[in-house]
Ligand binder design. Structure first.
Ligand code: ZN
Length: 171
């Protein structure tokens, strides 16, 4: 396993639409392992493959709240098949947008169809933090960031801040 460097805003790779994974090969399982390792190291509760520069539809999630208990979940080619009408707001952050948080309102419950690391098709219903996290990560697969869900004023401000920081680092 390896901890990989994270893709950070304003890197345009974050705007790519990721490709379907297709068959679950040893290479995909290694990618999932690396993503989990990178996510735990950050630390974060969710990661999409594009955040380590791989444009494939694969996400890792662990929203376990117990201390020292890891419950890694890997979703391959995930699709939201149903979303509740009830919504909830959650203060979201993103490993690609470090140290920035803003409230995003999303459906409170979702059903998601995906394949697991054995290639088996599965469907689960998620609520609360897990539902928020899955929706945030699936957005990444379509080049969408959580700041796209906040006001334009706030988004412009955070985009400008990260563009400036990148310029400063390059100088
Ligand atoms: Zn994110």
């Amino acid at each position: 396993m390896a901890i990989l460097p994270l893709v950070i805003l304003p890197d345009q790779r974050l705007r790519l639409v990721s490709e379907p994974v297709g068959s679950v090969t040893a290479e995909i399982r290694r990618l999932a392992d690396d993503m989990l390792e990178t996510m735990y190291d950050a630390p974060g509760i969710g990661l999409a493959a594009i955040q380590i520069g791989v444009a494939k539809r694969l996400i890792t999630v662990d929203t376990s709240k117990e201390e020292n208990v890891r419950r890694p979940q890997v979703f391959i080619d995930p699709v939201i098949t149903w979303a509740s009408e009830e919504t909830r707001g959650y203060d979201e952050g993103c490993l690609s947008i470090p140290d920035y948080y803003a409230e995003v309102t999303r459906p409170d419950r979702v059903r998601v169809r995906f394949r697991d690391l054995d290639g088996a098709e599965r469907e689960i219903e998620a609520d609360g933090l897990l539902a928020t996290c899955i929706q945030h990560e699936i957005d990444h697969l379509d080049g969408v960031l959580f700041v796209d869900h906040i006001s334009k004023l706030k988004r412009d401000r955070v985009m400008k801040k990260f563009a400036k920081a990148a310029k400063r680092d390059a100088a």
